[in-house]
Design a protein around this ligand. Structure first.
Ligand code: NAP
Length: 505
């Protein structure tokens, strides 16, 4: 069968233990939207007989890649090499779409099926990666395939470079969480294929998204070379709700864009390495980044204070980078505005209406810092209550306001209380930074969003006070990012619905 250049196949690896289960999974993959399946014969618990292969490969509902991966390349086939090749030759008689063989197997020995010539490295990037790609280009195989283990997402860009520039159809993948970018954007660079599992339990390599994720989350069917790219940089980043929120928002607003997780290990040098590599590739169309722990300070340094909003510089943290088509960068902090807007909306005032109001902030960490800076900017009278009093004093000294021990919080005399500690966060949902709400308080804002109603908020609701959940802050900062990146009004209701769905509400 001829290779369809220019179309990227969504290939579902079938890692079933029996031929019967593999046939059933083939049908499930077709229903779930795969274009091609890869029958991983090395996952079968019993070596397949000729009859098994006929049963598996005749009348397949989709194009089939046959693979029987040897242990030396990360597969499960532990038997004799001659037996492995015999199984593959027997399978080839049924004319699958492709036979996948490793680079040490002659690609010319397969008259019955086009060959994918593959090389895997589960430890890192092969030192001779360029020579490998050159050799694959020169070989009689129909398709090149390399899969390696990246140190960071900048290495995933190397895979996309390889898939995009080769003369022959190519599959090039960076495995693991840091490599997700290379899998999701395969269609943008017209790679020959990318792998999508039936479920998280049936992946054939680390970092492989499911068919449902490709189709629903990453808008696979509408991705093209022109699709703009956005992402969230952090460590950890795997449980971030941002990809779900922003991808849903792009779809709802009909913006041709995809948003991916970017796992970057702590350290400014790691952050800078990715940024340099991404910005050097105009074809990537990287247009915006959310930045989370521990990279917000690095983001400010990278973008430069002159290109950041004033409060972001004072807070010392950038959580949003916007990249113009010409490569110019802008840095913002949408956390502080998101937080104070959540409070102002609940009271029904503009930000300026905070002037002169008394606010008690519990905690003196990163979230408190952004909120205290914004409260000071808009003229609120702030008292910071913290376990480590010296941190509260430092924050008050920097932005104005008073400092106290968290032990004194029971006697708060303020109109608004904002909890910026993790006390009451899942799984310790029975905890609360206050055992009862002091009488002067009229508004309680808990920045925690899981659970949506913390014990502190339940106490405030029982006392008939105005309550603001961390969900509002979370949605607000996503809305602000979307609007800064696209210049369009964000589909707020869609974004809130996604957050609530993720939180099980
Ligand atoms: P952080 O930098 O680690 O600061 C945590 C603060 O809480 C510190 O002041 C710490 O006091 C205090 N603290 C921690 N455990 C405590 C305990 N057992 N008893 C008393 N005080 C305690 O964290 P962060 O980034 O500021 O995040 C804080 C909270 O904000 C989290 O719960 C997070 O869910 C929430 N948040 C929400 C959003 C949103 O969009 N809704 C965004 C960001 C953050 P010490 O100084 O004494 O260590």
């Amino acid at each position: 069968m001829a290779v369809r250049a220019g179309t990227t196949r969504l290939i579902c690896p079938l890692t079933s233990a029996t031929v019967e289960a593999m046939r059933a999974d083939m049908r499930a993959a077709a229903t779930a939207g795969a274009d091609t399946v890869e029958c991983r014969l090395d996952f079968l618990t019993r070596a397949p007989e000729p009859g098994d292969l006929a049963q598996l490969l005749s009348d397949a509902p989709l194009d089939v890649i046959v693979t029987c991966r040897a242990e030396r390349e990360g597969g499960r086939f532990a038997g004799d090499e001659r037996d492995r090749l015999a199984i593959l030759h027997e399978a080839a008689k049924h004319h699958p779409a492709f036979i996948d063989v490793e680079m040490d197997v002659p690609p010319s020995d397969w008259p019955d099926a086009p060959v994918i010539q593959s090389r895997h490295d589960f430890q890192g990037i092969p030192a001779d990666i360029d020579a490998i790609l050159k050799a694959q280009e020169a070989s009689p195989a129909a398709v090149n395939k390399v899969a390696f283990t990246p140190a960071g997402p900048e290495d995933a860009l190397l895979a996309l470079d390889a898939a995009g520039r080769t003369g022959k159809p190519t599959i090039a993948l960076a495995m693991g969480e840091a490599g997700v970018l290379s899998r999701v954007l395969a269609r943008k660079v017209a790679a020959m294929g990318t792998f999508a599992s039936l479920s998280p339990q049936t992946t054939s390599a680390p970092g492989q998204p499911t068919l449902e994720e490709f189709k629903q989350l990453y808008h696979w069917d509408s991705m093209s070379a022109d699709t703009a790219v956005y992402g969230v940089i952090g460590c950890p980043v795997g449980h971030s709700m941002s990809p779900a929120i922003h991808n849903a928002a792009f779809a709802a607003a009909d913006v041709d864009a995809v948003y991916v997780p970017l796992l970057i290990q702590p350290g400014t040098e790691n952050f800078n390495r990715f940024m340099d590599a991404a910005l050097a590739r105009a074809w990537l169309d990287l247009r915006g980044l959310s930045v989370t722990i521990p990279h917000k300070e690095s983001a400010l340094a990278y973008v430069g204070a002159d290109n950041c909003d004033e409060l972001a510089v004072r807070i010392g943290a950038v959580n949003t980078i916007t990249i113009a088509p010409g490569g110019e960068l802008r840095g913002d902090n949408t956390d502080y505005a998101a937080a104070i807007d959540a409070v102002c909306d609940a009271i029904g005032i503009a930000r300026e209406g905070l002037a002169g109001r008394s606010v008690a902030v519990l905690g003196a960490g990163g979230a408190a810092r952004a909120i205290v800076a914004a409260l000071a900017h808009y003229g609120a009278q702030t008292t910071i209550y913290n376990r480590t009093v010296s941190r509260a004093e430092q924050l008050a000294g920097e932005f104005g306001g008073c400092a106290a021990s968290i032990d004194a919080a029971a006697s708060i005399d303020a109109e608004i209380v904002i909890n910026c500690t993790p006390i009451g966060m899942h799984p310790k949902v029975d905890a609360s930074p206050l055992e009862s709400v002091p009488p002067a308080v009229k508004v309680v804002f808990d920045t925690i969003y899981n659970p949506i109603e913390t014990r502190l908020l339940a106490l405030a609701r029982a006392a008939k006070l105005r309550c603001v959940s961390g969900v509002e802050m979370f949605v607000n900062q996503g809305v602000a990012q979307f609007e800064r990146w696209t210049g369009q009004r964000a589909p707020r209701d869609v974004m809130r619905r996604v957050v609530l769905e993720h939180l099980g509400a």
